[in-house]
Design a protein around this ligand. Structure first.
Ligand code: ATP
Length: 402
């Protein structure tokens, strides 16, 4: 029996790790493959942005799911102090008394193996398999392997294959810049984004793909238009363009849900809708959309709030909230209703005037349908009308069509 053991920080696991394991699995045909994340790596300090060991174990479990016969083991998380490989191998030797244990490592680790804690113990308990992290170091690897064989009687397998030149350090640097998705397994990326580990922010292409999957196909052009408009309004008003885009992409994410589903979501997220919201699916989707997006994409609170207020508005909205509210109203696919041209102009001229007009239009539309407008919309319109008076700016002229 052969057991392949891959230790590391897995902070996070990346495609270099996956390629190594797949190459080793193909060459050595182990019966089991174990990913063993270090609780306290003895060789290096963890980055300040690193999540706790249990979180790295969770990511290792997801990465293991990408490789047949592979699982992650929390062995080192149960011990205290530095996570020495020799201790891990002793534990595994007790579990697998007859198996050939093969410890897999990359070039950097092979070259420093003799400096590790108890290298003799490691090399007597396990064989070593090395997979290059980059091309051009074959001679160094062969020389190190020969030395270990000679000095310790070690069994060393030098694996060949196309390396994937990536490190966790590089991934950690890219994630906050909305990059690096292709460097980690898909499941790991989703997990990182959901929890916003490493201050990660989603790549827009990924977020769109995932968010659009919740929409009726006919709604996608509206969401695309809202994103484009939100980006341009954000630029105009000095709002973070990425935040505006993120909010726009998810703003209608629960719009497809029926009434009962909306109520289930309210229940799930601890939202207690008022009577007016209970009477309208349109109002409910604004309540549930933000928490729904937060659960799936780790959407931060200020963006959740922009989704929360995109239908009713409220007094004293943040600029981001106003940008999203207005973008939803005036995006290029909207047409054919009275006041739209004036609103489009106002949105780029004066945010307060645009809000006052949009809210008046919204109140008129609701009343025309014979419904009671939500109190937040009434209060918001009063707020922006007063703001205009205080600024001495006349409201945009517009009267609802009879
Ligand atoms: P960091 O950048 O945080 O130092 P890392 O990318 O080196 O992390 P670790 O989890 O510390 O990743 O590495 C675990 C094991 O995987 C080590 O044996 C290391 O040599 C090996 N390894 C890491 N990256 C690669 C890669 N791209 N190709 C092959 N082996 C790799």
């Amino acid at each position: 029996m052969r057991v392949l053991i891959y230790g590391g920080s897995f902070d996070p696991p990346h495609m270099g790790h996956i390629r190594s394991v797949r190459t080793a699995a193909a060459a050595l045909e182990p019966d089991e493959i174990l990913l063993v994340p270090a609780a306290e790596p003895p060789h290096k300090a963890l980055s300040k942005a690193s999540p706790p060991p249990a979180e790295r174990l969770a990511m290792a479990e997801l990465a293991a799911g990408e490789i047949p016969g592979c699982r992650a083991l929390g062995l080192e998380l149960e011990r205290t102090g530095p996570s020495y490989t020799s201790d891990t191998l002793r534990q595994l030797r007790r579990r697998y008394p007859k198996a050939e244990l093969i410890f897999l490592l990359g070039t950097d680790m092979l070259l420093t193996l003799e400096d590790w804690h108890e290298p003799e113990a490691i090399l007597s308990l396990a064989s070593v398999a090395v997979f290059a992290r980059e091309t051009g170091r074959e001679r160094e690897i062969e020389a190190a392997a020969a030395r270990l064989r000679e000095r310790y009687g070690a069994r060393v397998y030098v694996l060949s294959g196309e390396p994937v030149s990536v490190s966790s350090t590089q991934v950690r640097e890219l994630l906050p810049r909305r990059q690096g998705r292709e460097l980690v397994p898909e499941s790991v990326y989703g997990h990182i984004i959901r929890l916003r580990l490493y201050d990660a922010r989603p790549e827009f292409a990924w977020l769109r793909e995932k968010a659009y999957a919740y929409l009726k196909p006919g709604r996608v052009p509206h969401v695309q238009g809202t994103e484009a408009e939100a980006r341009s309004l954000a630029e105009r008003w000095g709002v973070d363009v990425d935040d505006a885009a993120e909010a726009a992409i998810v703003h209608d994410i629960t719009k497809k849900c029926g009434y009962d589903e909306q109520l289930c979501l309210c229940e799930k997220y601890g939202i207690i809708p008022d009577a007016c919201q209970l009477a309208s699916e349109k109002l409910l989707h604004a309540l549930t959309g933000g928490p729904f997006a937060a659960e799936r994409f780790g959407t931060p609170a200020h963006i959740v709030q922009a989704v929360r207020w995109h239908t009713t508005g409220r007094p004293a909205m943040t600029d981001l909230e106003r940008v999203v509210y207005l973008a939803d109203y005036i995006e290029p696919n909207r047409h054919g209703f009275s006041g739209l041209a004036e609103l489009r102009q106002a949105a780029y001229a004066d945010l307060d005037a645009a809000m006052d007009l949009a809210l008046r239009m919204s109140l008129a539309e609701v009343r025309e349908k014979g419904r009671q407008p939500h109190a937040d919309t009434v209060a918001a319109q009063k707020y922006y009308a007063r703001k205009l008076r205080e600024k001495g700016v006349p409201p945009v002229a517009w009267t609802p069509e009879e």
